[in-house]
Design a protein around this ligand. Sequence first.
Ligand SMILES: [Zn+2]
Length: 417
Amino acid sequence: MSEVQVREAHLDEAHLILDRCDELRAISSDPEKLVRVHLSPEHTAANALVAEWMRDAGLSTWQDAAGNQCGRIEGREPGLPALLLGSHIDTVPDAGRYDGMLGVLLAISVAKRLSGADLPFALEVVAFSDEEGTRFGTALLGSRALAGTWHDDWWNLTDENGITLFEAFQDFGLDPARLPSAFRRPDQLVGYLEAHIEQGPTLDDAARSLAVVTSIAGARRFELTMIGKAGHAGGTPFDRRKDALVAASEVIITVERLSRELGVIGTVGKVEVLPGGVNVIPGEVQFSLDLRAEFDEDRDEAVRRILASAESVAARRGLHFEHSEIYRADAVVCDVDLRAAVEEGIRSTGDDDPMAFWSRAGHDGMAVVAVAPIAMLFLRCKGGVSHHPDESVRVGDVAVALDAFEATVRGLAATAS
Ligand SMILES: [Zn+2]
C-alpha cells in the first residue's frame, strides 16, 4: 500500500472506533442523555456488544466475577502472562461518549492489529465495569476487584434506590461469593496500558494530538461543616451574628487562593446551607473539599493549611468548625519502562518531542498498579471538555493514537523478546 492508502485505511479504522462510541452512546438508561451505571441492564447490553467486537477482533471473551468484560489473545505460546490494555465502560450522569469507551475500543483495535503477531506475552483487553463510582459512590470497583484490593464492607453500599451492592451483583447474575476469582495475580500480568481522553485543555491548547502521562494525581476529599447560629435576618445585628455561610465563604476563597499558591487543585463542589431560608441567618453549612496534586506532599500541605485557616476563621467569628475525610488516594507514578514505550510509540507517529504531564483525573490504573506496572496515553479532547455531552475528539487523533498504541505494544514485545 502507498503511504496515502495506509493513511486512509487508518482513518477508516478510526471512523469505525468513533461509530462504535456512538453505538455505545445509545445504550443509556435515559433516552435524553448518556447514563450507564455499574451492574445496570445497560451495563449488560454494553458488555455484550463489547464482547462481540472483541470476538470479531479475534479475542476469546469472558465476563469476570466483578462484571468486567475481558478478552484475550495468546502470545507465541499459550498461557503466557498478559499485557493488559483497557479502560472503563461505565459513565457519569449526562456523560460524554469517549471517556472510558474510547480507551476500550482503541485497545480492541490494537489487539486486532496484533493478532497473529509473535508476541512474548498474551494480550488482554478489559472493559472495567465501574470506574466512575456513579451508582454506589465508591469509584474503581471493577479495577479494585481485578487488583484484589476489594473491601468486603463495600457490599453494604447502597444506590439511590436502597439496593445494596451485594443485591446488585445478584440482580446482574453475578455471585458475590465468587468475587475473589476476578483477582489477577501479579505473575499473570506484565503491565497495564490505558488510552484515555485528556479531560483537560493542555493538548488542545498546544495543538498536539497525544501525550504520555507521568503520574495520576493523588486526591483527598473532605466533608467540612461550619456551625454557627441561625437567627432572624432582620433582628440580629452584625456584631451578634454567627453566620455559617459567610464563614464558609471565607474558607472557599482560601481554598482557591492556597491552591493557586501551592500549585494544587482544590475545589468546593457542594454546599448545603441550613436551615436555608431567605430571611434566616445560615446556622450551619456543610461543604465539600476535593484536593488533587501531582505530589502527595503538596496535597497534604494544602490540606493542613486549608484546615488551619478554617479553624482560625471559625475562632475569629465565634463559630465551630468540623471536618471528616471521606476519600484518600495517593498519587500513582507511571512505570519508567512502560512510559518510555508509550513515548517511543508517540514518536513513531512523527511527534519527535512527545508532551508529558500528570493526570488531574483519577483512572483505573490507580487500582491496577497494586498488581502490575501501569502507563497511560492521553488524546486531545476539544477544549478539554469531559464529563459532559459536548465531549469531542478528532478522527485524525484517534487514528494516530491507534498507531502510537500499537507501536507501544510492539516496542514492549521487542524489548521483552
Ligand atoms: Zn474515564
